[in-house]
Ligand binder design. Structure first.
Ligand code: NAD
Length: 253
């Protein structure tokens, strides 16, 4: 009897933070993983640090570039021959009052956070269809459901991605492709270090019932679960992993 080949996941924004923790989670379960990131050097060193060259593939790609995304999917197929899960994790944040949000910043946030997942899904779904199905997880944010100051662009991009998740779940169900989202509360990654001021940090701690930031590994666990067979009947859902922040109903700092 021949054993079936290890499953394959593609994680965008995989060089660090929640993306890299997710890569490690998949590898721990015996999957093979394509690490896609715009930061080529960082992502190559992340892949090297995993010390698992047979099971990893580093791809330098901007998720907002349709041709580059198609080439990335081709690279995954040429190396691994299949694609079982896509994690649309790459994202950028600019926190600024709406009147001070640059037109370019607005456009870039939409391009990376919303158009990127659209392009990656469009390129990945036909590959999944060929092999009878797959799973997609989009990383949104608690900012998708809570309006606040400073996040007009970021929150709107993530709310768009949350809705896209539901649209895709309904449309792609006939291809046996499940589509869900994970909505993190604050996680102390490079992104949070860049946009969370001291005041925002203090307010978050007060507003989160569990009283702390989330860990990258806690997000990775939820993302892996939604990609796994254990979630075989779950599609179109947005799972908040936020220490109870959304449930508490307190405004974002
Ligand atoms: P991070 O900045 O640490 O990592 C993001 C990665 O995405 C980086 O490696 C970066 O190089 C890559 N990236 C950026 N633009 C890209 C592009 N155009 N194409 C390909 N790769 C690109 O961020 P993180 O905190 O790990 O965030 C991961 C996801 O989680 C993001 O979508 C973010 O919006 C979301 N999120 C984070 C938090 C938080 O508090 N950290 C909260 C809610 C949601």
């Amino acid at each position: 009897m021949t054993s079936s080949p290890a499953k394959v996941a593609l994680v965008t924004g995989a060089a660090r933070g929640i993306g890299l923790a997710t890569v490690k989670r998949f590898l721990a379960e015996g999957w093979r993983v394509a690490l896609l990131d715009i930061a080529g050097e960082l992502q190559a060193s992340a892949a090297a640090a995993l010390k698992n060259p047979d099971a990893t593939l580093a791809i330098t790609c901007d998720v907002s570039d349709a041709a580059a995304v198609r080439a990335a999917m081709a690279a995954v197929m040429s190396r691994f021959g299949r694609l079982d899960a896509l994690v649309n994790n790459a994202g950028i944040a600019v926190f600024a009052p709406v009147l001070e949000t640059g037109d370019d910043d607005w456009a870039r946030i939409m391009a990376v956070n919303l158009t990127g997942p659209f392009l990656c899904t469009k390129a990945a779904a036909p590959l999944m269809r060929e092999q009878g199905g797959g799973a997609i997880v989009n990383i949104t944010s608690i900012s998708a459901v809570r309006a606040s100051t400073l996040r007009s662009a970021y929150g709107t991009s993530k709310a768009g991605l949350a809705h896209l998740t539901k649209q895709l779940a309904v449309e792609l169900a006939s291809l046996n492709i499940r589509v869900n989202a994970v909505a993190p509360g604050p996680v102390d990654t490079a992104m949070a270090k860049q946009v969370h001021s001291k005041e925002i940090r203090a307010d978050y701690h007060d507003a989160i019932p569990l009283n702390r930031y989330g860990l990258e590994e806690e997000l990775a666990e939820a993302i892996y679960f939604l990609c796994s067979e254990r979630a075989s009947y779950i599609t179109g859902q947005i799972l908040a992993v936020d220490g109870g922040f959304d449930a508490a109903g307190i405004g974002l700092p």
